[in-house]
Design a binder for this molecule. Structure first.
Ligand SMILES: Cc1ncc(C[n+]2csc(CCOP(=O)(O)OP(=O)(O)O)c2C)c(N)n1
Length: 560
């Protein structure tokens, strides 16, 4: 085998890690690696993003949907700094992403090098990335580079967190011995931890004796544990509620489905929690938006938690079983399966989608149209703001599909990069639900979907405002600053003009929107539907609904 370069060694390591797609943007200090990746197509392909944030969220969504590593490559300076918010999301949501970030040649670092974020310049990228990763290294020699990249990838997978390797340009160009043969390692095989029998028995004992409600979180979908959770629900005769980021953790059409918990959730989920004595948390730490409005009640319940990390909330009777979610749920199923069914209390109620006034052409009605058009295996990505709250509350996850909501940082615009990663990860229909504000932030990532003709349907909820902020200031601050409203734009018409061939429409009525959605979902490639709303609605967000109800002046359910 002929000696290669450091860049070749990195690419070899990525291939051995099982990586098929790497997202990012090239630049002077990463171009050698970028070229190295492209030379190894089709084993591995570089996907050019429009912004490093979107490259990062593409890698994040790719990892969430495949259970394997998401990879992002950026140059130093602005490219590296643009990546920070995306890695913060991955860190907070425990997603394995490997970032390879270029650095200026060592001999120029600290001497006015271009885009110098090495320790020797004024900005130290390693210090920045350490805050949003659990592994961040800056190798100084090309020897061992491929092993280091493999180690970074394995650490990301093992710790479910971002890992960053900062590689100076001279190392990417340096000659080195080839690494191990590409096919020699099975990198993404995860070693599952064994269950703790004593903890499982103790949990089973509690669950057998009292009425149980299950709250399933996003670790359930990410570890493919839906079937195990459904089985457990049957054995326990329990209702199942889901967290806002985990609508795909349990069949939304199942009679046991109790809806979504938390700020954007359903009255039926609160009722299910109220009826039960034990709350079995599976695959969630119950962050604030998932427990808001239930906290007082939960503190009076026995909490049994099965998740990688302990819940943020603990009642006086909390039992946490850490480690592998699937392994522990299976062990619990085995332990409980022999239990006499009549010892298990009845704990069922019907699902109510909490009292919504459905405006003729408002978010709730539009979401119903979208729900009817969704392919059964679609991937739904939900953005921030009013639009996100409406979607969490008002649209069922497709039965065999997936649901992504980036709750770690709740950053607007996640879905635009995320959709690119989702399309490459699954090849399925991907549907983005985002506000106009989120679109203006990162929406030009649609360019990447057009370029690769990816099967992505974008639905933009255009209320000509940062709706959530507008509602918050009107209802919670009592005064509007006047800065959260926009002039009218024509997003659909604009994109249709910008990208010839892209089916992009502005809709002003439900029948028009229904036709456009059906057409968009049927396209092999991308399409966009912009729902032009006449009003900013109060979203189904508990604190805002309470504030709205308290205001006698408001009568119509909308803020105009
Ligand atoms: C990156 C980022 N900046 C600011 C916020 C705070 N924020 C939450 S919702 C929102 C407005 C969202 O507006 P839009 O995307 O139009 O959705 P809408 O609320 O109108 O449905 C803002 C600014 C955020 N979540 N993320």
């Amino acid at each position: 085998m002929t000696p290669g370069t450091g860049a070749d060694a990195i690419v070899g390591a990525l291939i051995r890690l099982g990586v098929r797609h790497a997202f990012g943007i090239s630049g002077a200090n990463i171009e050698d690696l970028w070229l190295g990746v492209q030379q190894r197509r089709p084993q591995i392909t570089a996907v050019l993003s429009k912004h490093e944030h979107s490259a990062g969220t593409a890698a994040d969504a790719y990892a969430r949907l495949t259970g394997s590593l998401g990879v992002v490559m950026t140059t130093s300076g602005g490219g590296a700094m643009n990546l920070v918010p995306a890695l913060a999301e991955s860190r907070a949501s425990r997603v394995p992403v490997l970032a390879i970030v270029g650095e200026p040649p060592a001999d120029l670092q600290g001497r006015g090098a271009f885009q110098d974020t090495s320790r020797r310049g004024d900005v130290d990228a390693q210090a920045v990335f350490r805050a949003v990763s659990t592994f961040c290294v800056r190798p100084t020699t090309v020897q061992g580079l491929s092993c280091l990249v493999e180690e970074a990838g394995r650490t990301a997978l093992g710790e479910k967190a971002p890992a960053v390797v900062l590689v100076a340009k001279n190392l990417q160009q340096a000659s080195c011995e080839p690494g191990a043969p590409d096919a020699a390692v099975e990198p993404t095989a995860m070693c599952r931890s064994a269950p703790d029998p004593a903890a499982i028995s103790a949990a089973a004992l509690v669950l057998r004796q009292h009425p149980v409600v299950i709250v399933a979180g996003d670790e359930v979908s990410r570890t493919d544990a839906q079937a195990e959770v459904a089985h457990l629900a049957t054995i326990l005769d329990a209702q199942v509620a889901v967290t806002p980021d985990a609508r795909d953790a349990f069949d939304n059409g199942d009679p046991r489905f109790a809806g979504v918990v938390g700020a954007m959730g359903h009255a039926s989920a609160a009722a299910a929690l109220a009826k039960a004595e034990v709350c079995l948390l599976i695959g969630t730490r119950l962050p604030l938006l998932a427990r808001q409005d239930h906290e007082e009640m939960l503190l009076k319940r026995t909490l049994v938690s099965i998740a990688r990390a302990a819940p943020f909330l603990s009642s006086p009777h909390t039992m946490h079983i850490g480690g592998d979610v699937v392994v522990n749920v299976r062990a619990l199923v085995r332990e409980l399966d022999g239990a006499a069914r009549d010892e298990i209390a009845e704990a069922r109620t019907g699902l109510t989608v909490a009292g919504e006034d459905i405006h003729e052409y408002g978010s709730a009605a539009i979401l119903q149209v979208i729900e009817r058009a969704l392919p059964v295996d679609a991937v739904v990505l939900v953005d921030a703001g009013n639009t996100g709250a409406h979607a969490v509350h008002g649209i069922r996850a497709p039965r065999h599909g997936r649901w992504l909501l980036a709750m770690g940082m709740a950053g607007m615009g996640y879905t635009f990069g995320g959709a690119i990663g989702a399309a490459f990860a699954t090849g399925k229909r991907v549907v983005v639900l985002a506000g106009d504000g989120a679109f203006f932030m990162h929406g030009l990532e649609i360019h990447t979907a057009v370029e690769h003709q990816l099967p992505i349907t974008y639905v933009i909820f255009d209320n000509r405002a940062h709706g959530m902020c507008l509602v918050r200031e009107r209802l919670l601050l009592g005064e509007e600053s006047g800065s959260n409203r926009f002039r009218q734009a024509r997003i659909g018409a604009g994109l249709a003009a910008m990208f010839p061939g892209l089916d992009a429409t502005d809709c002003e009525s439900l029948p028009e929107l229904e036709r456009a959605i059906r057409r968009a979902v049927g396209q092999p490639g991308p399409a966009l539907v912009c729902a032009r709303l006449s009003e900013v609605e109060v979203p189904p967000f508990a604190s805002l609904r309470h504030a709205f109800a308290a205001r006698a002046a408001a009568t119509s359910g909308t803020l105009s």
